[in-house]
Design a protein around this ligand. Sequence first.
Ligand SMILES: Cc1cc2nc3c(=O)[nH]c(=O)nc-3n(C[C@H](O)[C@H](O)[C@H](O)COP(=O)(O)O)c2cc1C
Length: 217
Amino acid sequence: MTDQRQGRRPWLVGVTGASGTPYAAALLRGLLAAGRPVDLVVSRAARLTLRDEAGLTWRDDLPSLRRWLETPLDDTLPSLPAEPWDVRIWKVTDLAAPPSSGSYLTHGMVVIPASTASIAAIATGLSRDLLQRAADVTLKERRLLIVVPRETPLTGITLRQLATLADLGVAVVPAAPAFYSKPKSVQQLVDFIAGKVLDLLGVEHELFARWTGQLGG
Ligand SMILES: Cc1cc2nc3c(=O)[nH]c(=O)nc-3n(C[C@H](O)[C@H](O)[C@H](O)COP(=O)(O)O)c2cc1C
């Protein structure tokens, strides 16, 4: 708790087992590049998507995070934020970890990518692991919660659960990149979504070119 007495107030990032781990990597790079403290929780199923999409064996430690963030998605090498990084990585099974309590101060939480299973758990207050509990805490403490669902097509079940979350003030940011910034690479498509999340967090970034009002510009 010493960190918190010194005023450390992180953004909590929860990574669940939906396809789309590059979205989480881009968000983490953006937060760390802006010098923001981050607390990270990776779900059990996200270990599978990290293995599949980044070729990574996730170990809830800094070397795993470094390997993940330096993994290229296409032929653009991602630029790693300057170290040291202010990151704390919690085990998803550790229900006693600080983010389990509202007394642990955070700015809020981003679940990225958000599986339909996690959306269901958050919308019903299930709190079966640290990630789900931290999302429930974020809601009860009236802090900003953002979910980035990645599934298509969506069932009526998920649509109703997303509407429940939106009614509670949760920002629902579907992993649906836009094309007005004329993306030239897969990384730029991914960065668009991470940039939209950073906008909601109030964190400055240059992850995409903003709309200028110029059609075809
Ligand atoms: C390789 C892989 C890809 C998956 N992709 C998705 C997906 O895009 N969206 C989704 O909602 N679930 C997806 N799943 C299923 C979730 O991982 C599964 O529902 C799991 O229970 C989610 O648990 P979690 O929310 O605790 O991470 C995928 C699973 C695997 C193994």
